[in-house]
Design a protein around this ligand. Structure first.
Ligand code: KMH
Ligand code: ZN
Length: 280
């Protein structure tokens, strides 16, 4: 059982509209302020999707690069870019996101129904992402939406070797309509199917947020929280801001006697290369 809990904040995502969720950070300034606040409360990783001037999801490389730079200047958080983007994003744009030079990036392990959409992740594209991340010394977080995707991960590591840094870390994204349910049983099955030595975080979308968080803590896992996955704090109560979700995760982690991992510990665990600018 790890002594601490790595908390990732996923503050924005690509699915919700600012008009529907006013608390969503969509400008660079909002994102940096959110990241700072969440770092103070206990987050050590930020999973980043950016929005354009009209608050629509984008993988524009200049925006991604500016965002990585700004987050790195303002915080010590591990900056993890999404290569999943939105379900409509082409593979070339998703791959190009790595050129923004993040510390880490998501690498989804298979195709999954995503509500009435399809989140497409072909085997050849998975291999391309995994290999490009290693070439660029970017640490992948393998996103697992369904149990069979852990079989894909085993095949990937067997045929194409370990990621940059040598450590395998997965994130179970549970409760997506079309993926594995956010239940204790599904989480236990996923934990059993992890590659030897791998660590995991988990996040439960919507109503599965709390059951997944509690199950992950009990199973020795780490946590991902944020408005990307969770819009209501309780029945009929909209989330006030991302900090509220990080505070709840940090509180439960302390109750589980696995307090939030300091950022330097998270950097060492994931094996990220230190790209932070020298500060005065
Ligand atoms: N927005 C989803 C289609 C990731 O960031 O890599 C994909 C997603 C996963 O959020
Ligand atoms: Zn994401």
């Amino acid at each position: 059982m790890p002594a601490t809990t790595m908390i990732t904040v996923a503050p924005t995502g690509a699915e919700s509209a600012k008009a529907d969720v006013p608390a969503l950070p969509v400008t660079l300034d909002e994102l940096v302020r959110t990241a700072r606040a969440c770092a103070d409360i206990g987050a050590s990783v930020v999973h980043v999707h950016v929005r354009d001037a009209d608050a629509r999801p984008t993988l524009d490389l200049a925006r991604l690069t500016d965002t990585v730079t700004a987050l790195r200047e303002a915080t010590d958080l591990v900056v993890q870019l999404s290569t999943g983007g939105a379900v409509t994003d082409p593979e070339a744009d998703r791959l190009r996101a790595l050129e923004a030079g993040p510390d880490a990036a998501s690498c989804s392990m298979g195709t999954v129904n995503f509500g009435s959409d399809v989140f497409l992740n072909r085997w050849d594209f998975i291999v391309e992402l995994h290999t490009a991340m290693r070439d660029r010394e970017i640490v992948p977080e393998y996103e697992i939406f369904d149990l069979g995707q852990l079989t894909t991960l085993a095949r990937l590591l067997d045929k194409h070797g370990l990621p940059y840094g040598g450590h395998v870390h997965c994130d179970f994204v549970m409760g997506v309509p079309g993926g594995m349910p956010g239940t204790v049983q599904a989480l236990a099955a996923a934990v059993q199917a992890l590659p030897p030595g791998a660590t995991f975080s988990a996040t439960g979308v919507g109503r599965s947020t709390l059951p997944v968080m509690l199950a992950a803590l009990a199973a020795g896992g780490h946590l991902r929280v944020g408005l990307e996955d969770t819009l209501t704090y309780g029945p009929g109560e909209p989330v006030r801001d991302n900090g509220q979700l990080v505070a709840r995760a940090a509180g439960l982690a302390r109750i589980a006697q696995r307090p939030p991992a300091p950022v330097e510990e998270t950097r060492a665990l994931l094996g990220v290369r230190d790209r932070r600018p020298a500060r005065a």
